[in-house]
Structures are given as structure tokens and as C-alpha cells.
Design a protein around this ligand. Structure first.
Ligand SMILES: [Mg+2]
Length: 269
């Protein structure tokens, strides 16, 4: 068996970003399934993670499995799931107004949390904002009413945009930005990357230490930053958002990743 490259020497657990690392939209990245299999053969513990809150963990696991990467719900961490776990622990009696998609609502409900409808928005104790591809004026109005009445403001993430086959599309940052714009308040908490919340959950689930753990991602501003903040080894792959140019730009700064590869397939070659 060939040895994995030095990038993974001394590493026993890996947090693998999904979009831009394992696939782009519905297209698998070449060599991704083989790389994941190799990591597992080498005995490395894996978590697949994403800022995308639009789908449940179960849906993400199904997508990976269909791409030849076997994954179960408990192998997946999303910003929506992190938010649900956080709220269940800190505010189990929260009344949540969600500006986001079905997958986010479903994770919150599965954690036993109560959601409030738009007509009861001012009764909300928390507003949770995530990617919403059907964002409209009335949803924003509901969020404004809840925030004006004093609800805590939680953003699943602030990602400005994400790449798709149709070019860049607005991310959760568009939802959060709409609420910030009308309520005049910034989120009290961001749960997804680059916040340490999502990384800490990955470390806890894998029962691993930061020094033994690598993060593999395609974005410097979220994946690499999150990894650096939490003391993980950082591996950037250029199969998604970031390019060689971006790497050159941050070369020599504290933000430079520890290793850079063209794609995840190259990590094992
Ligand atoms: Mg990504």
C-alpha cells in the first residue's frame, strides 16, 4: 500500500469539507471517493462538514453515498446541526423564528426545539438565519419583527456566495445581510465556519485533539481560517473556490495553509 503524503503524517483524524473538496454541486471531484477510502484504510477518523444548512445531515450522507463515498448521518456536521445542538444545550425552551430552508428547520425540530411561525414572530426568543433560496420580503419582515422584539440573532454562517454550474449564487450572507440591513443589528453568534463552534463539534465527535487533526477545505476565508483558529493542520485544495492566485496573495501571511494540493486525490498520491 502506498503511504499517504507527508501532509497527513502524525494525523489521526480529518475534518473534510464537502462542497469544493468532494464535489462541486452534483459533480464529484475526481479521485475523491478513492481518497476517502484510503484515509479510512489508514485508520483515520473522518467527519464530513459543511456550512450548507439547506439540507439535513441525512440528505448530505445520501448525496455522498450516491457518489461512492459511504457516509452515515453521524459522520456529517452541518452549520444547521451545530446550531441545533448549541440551542438544545443553551436554550432548550427557545422559540425560534427561522429564515432558512427545510433542512435547517428539520435539524432544529429533530433536536426537540420549538419553531414559531411568521405570525408569531415577535414571540421568538431566537432568530436563526441560513441559506434560503426562496428568501422573500415577508420572511425578512418576520425576522425584523422578532429581532426588534429582542430575539437573539444566530447566523448559521456568513458565506457571501457559493459557486454553482450557473456561476456564483448568493449564500447565507444574503439572508443575514437582509436582516442586518433592516434590523440594524449584527448576529450575536455565528455557528458555522470560520467560527470555532463547528470545528469543536467535529473534534468532539471524533474524540481527537487539534494537534492530531487536519482540516481539508477549498476556502481560505472559512476552512483555513477555522482550522488555524482551532490549532488544526490546514490543507487547502484548489478544486473549489480558491485558486493558485489566492494562495500567492496570502503567501507568507499567518493565513497561509500548511499544505496546498490541486485536489483531494493528490493528497494520497
Ligand atoms: Mg467548501
Amino acid at each position: 500500500m502506498r503511504k499517504p503524503s507527508a501532509a497527513l503524517d502524525g494525523i489521526s483524524a480529518i475534518l473534510l469539507d464537502m462542497d469544493g473538496v468532494l464535489y462541486n454541486g452534483d459533480r464529484p471531484v475526481k479521485g475523491a471517493a478513492r481518497a476517502v477510502e484510503r484515509f479510512r484504510d489508514e485508520g483515520k477518523k473522518l467527519i464530513f462538514f459543511t456550512n450548507n444548512s439547506a439540507y439535513t445531515r441525512r440528505e448530505h450522507a445520501k448525496k455522498l453515498t450516491q457518489m461512492g463515498i459511504s457516509a452515515r448521518e453521524h459522520n456529517i456536521v452541518t452549520s444547521g446541526y451545530v446550531t441545533a445542538v448549541y440551542l438544545r444545550k443553551r436554550s432548550p425552551h427557545a422559540k425560534i423564528y427561522v429564515v432558512g430552508e427545510k433542512g435547517l428547520k428539520s435539524e432544529l425540530r429533530r433536536a426537540g426545539l420549538k419553531l414559531v411561525s411568521r405570525k408569531d414572530a415577535e414571540k421568538a426568543t431566537h432568530v436563526v438565519a441560513g441559506l434560503d433560496r426562496e428568501l422573500d420580503y415577508s420572511k425578512i419582515a418576520g425576522g425584523l419583527r422578532a429581532l426588534s422584539a429582542g430575539a437573539e440573532f444566530i447566523a448559521t454562517n456568513m458565506d457571501a456566495a457559493y459557486p454553482s454550474d450557473a456561476g456564483l449564487l448568493p449564500g447565507a450572507g444574503a439572508t443575514v445581510g437582509a436582516l442586518v440591513g433592516c434590523a440594524g443589528r449584527k448576529p450575536d453568534l455565528v455557528t458555522g465556519k470560520p467560527s470555532p463552534h463547528i470545528i469543536n463539534m467535529g473534534l468532539t465527535l471524533l474524540n481527537t485533539k487539534p494537534s492530531k487533526t487536519a482540516i481539508v477545505g477549498d476556502r481560505i476565508d472559512t476552512d483555513v481560517e477555522a482550522g488555524k483558529k482551532s490549532g488544526l493542520r490546514t490543507i487547502l485544495v484548489l478544486s473549489g473556490v480558491c485558486t493558485e492566485k489566492d494562495v500567492k496573495k496570502i503567501g507568507g501571511t499567518g493565513m497561509a495553509p500548511d499544505f496546498v494540493f490541486g485536489s483531494i486525490g493528490e493528497v494520497i498520491n
